[in-house]
Design a protein around this ligand. Structure first.
Ligand SMILES: NC(=O)c1ccc[n+]([C@@H]2O[C@H](COP(=O)([O-])OP(=O)(O)OC[C@H]3O[C@@H](n4cnc5c(N)ncnc54)[C@H](OP(=O)(O)O)[C@@H]3O)[C@@H](O)[C@H]2O)c1
Length: 383
């Protein structure tokens, strides 16, 4: 029986809460959010839904603002959870899609990486708190772990690993390979090394310039990568509903990883950002933590190099030894032209200020184009 501190009760966090509430081995869930009213209502819904389905989890709410280090430290110490899962971000990935099509398309040219400050800022504060209190449990990160965890790793603050991303591509591959082989998906094993940047190609189809990756597919232990034409399977379009509805996929992957980390047995799966590495890898997860799984014919250095080369496809030129991030000049120029935001390099200790600026400029830009965005980042803590 286990306890989880779930921080961030937005779209993904709320969905994960609903699924975890129906997991028999999760005994206690503490939900950390800044928004007392919304969170209490969400916790009530999860409790009742779980009970209606036959489960009786303990779900409680605790006010938390990751911007407040002492507060976060006290919350971690007070609840001493087995696992912390953070879905806290100052501006989530699907917000630019709320803009009119023309403006959304213009912003998309900047690529995902330029939004790094809004994902890094709360996560950095969380990991500082984790270090401060000497927390020994597992820490899972939802906000852009392919890059955020790598920066945290350079700062000596690496979480256990990230969630989603690479592990959202793998089910597609298992399903399509199984169809091609005429077997059930559980007979198929996938070994994939890939970055967040590859995900849109894996669902929308190939481009002239596709990020690098490593892929091997096995059936009952035999390499069938060529037989199933694995590359074609990877890049075959596989339409999904647009926007945050895909969080059902992410949440499924989160719950499997959480269960693996709370289990006495080890599970082979995929996760982004283990050990503070860039991008995603096959990993082995169990109560002792997460470690990269050995890959036939690919060394850890080669795997890391694949994902380092992939940063560029997300608009990130490089991550430096001190955790500083240099953005691709073209990507940075798009944000300058559209939002008036200037940011070619980001030092980790500037993340919070830069995130606030980015959010404020985005809110202003959206409002100019007739879209009202709730400015979460501006909301203060409730004493
Ligand atoms: N890895 C993956 O595969 C994957 C998939 C989907 C999404 N994501 C990422 O997961 C994150 C969450 O996505 P979402 O769509 O759920 O976002 P969302 O709906 O905007 O929710 C974000 C939450 O973060 C909380 N938050 C922001 N600043 C905080 C702070 N200082 N302290 C505590 N909480 C804070 C907000 O809390 P309040 O309620 O207190 O305002 C809000 O509930 C984003 O980074 C998104 O890009 C990752």
């Amino acid at each position: 029986m286990s306890s989880i501190l779930l921080i961030g009760l937005g779209d993904l966090g709320s969905l994960v809460l609903e699924l975890l509430a129906r997991e028999p081995h999760v005994e206690r869930i503490v939900v950390g959010s800044r928004d007392r009213e919304r969170a209490i209502a969400r916790c009530n819904l999860a409790r009742l839904g779980a009970l209606a389905q036959g489960y009786e989890p303990s779900i409680e709410f605790s006010e938390i603002d990751l911007a407040e280090l002492d507060w976060t430290c006290k919350t971690i110490e007070r609840f001493a959870p087995d696992l912390i899962l953070s879905t806290a971000s100052m501006l989530t990935w699907w917000i630019p899609d709320l803009l009119p099509a023309q403006q959304a398309a213009r912003l998309k040219r900047a690529k995902f990486g330029v939004w790094l400050p809004v994902h890094l800022a709360p996560t950095l504060r969380l990991m500082e708190a984790v270090r401060e209190v000497g927390y020994r449990g597992h820490t899972l990160i939802a906000p852009y772990p392919d890059v955020v965890n790598c920066i945290l790793g350079r700062l000596g603050l690496a979480p256990t690993c990230g969630v989603g991303n690479i592990d959202e591509i793998v089910p597609k591959l298992r399903l399509l390979a199984a169809e091609r082989l005429g077997v059930v998906p559980r007979a198929v094993d996938v070994t994939l090394v890939a970055h967040h940047a590859l995900e849109r190609f894996a669902f929308s189809g190939a481009d002239a310039d596709t990020p690098p990756y490593f892929l091997r597919i096995e059936q009952e232990g035999f390499d069938v990568t060529r037989d199933v034409r694995a590359e074609q399977l990877l890049l075959t379009p596989y339409p999904l509903p647009p926007g945050r509805t895909t969080h059902f996929l992410t949440a499924g992957s989160v719950v499997r990883l959480v269960k693996a980390l709370l289990s006495d047995e080890e599970t082979f799966l995929h996760a982004p950002g283990p050990c503070g590495w860039p991008g995603g890898y096959p990993v082995i997860a169990g109560r002792a933590g997460v470690r990269p799984a050995p890959i036939p014919s690919l060394s850890p250095q080669e795997a890391i190099a694949i994902n380092e080369r992939s940063h560029w496809f997300d608009g990130i030129e490089r991550i430096e030894e001190d955790g500083g991030v240099v953005f691709d000049p073209e990507a940075a120029a798009v944000l300058h032209e559209t939002l008036g935001y200037l940011g070619r390099r980001l030092a980790p200790d500037e993340a919070a200020d830069r995130a606030h600026e980015l959010v404020a400029r985005m809110v202003e830009y959206a409002s100019k184009h007739g879209v009202r965005i709730e400015q979460r980042a501006a909301r203060g803590p409730h004493p």
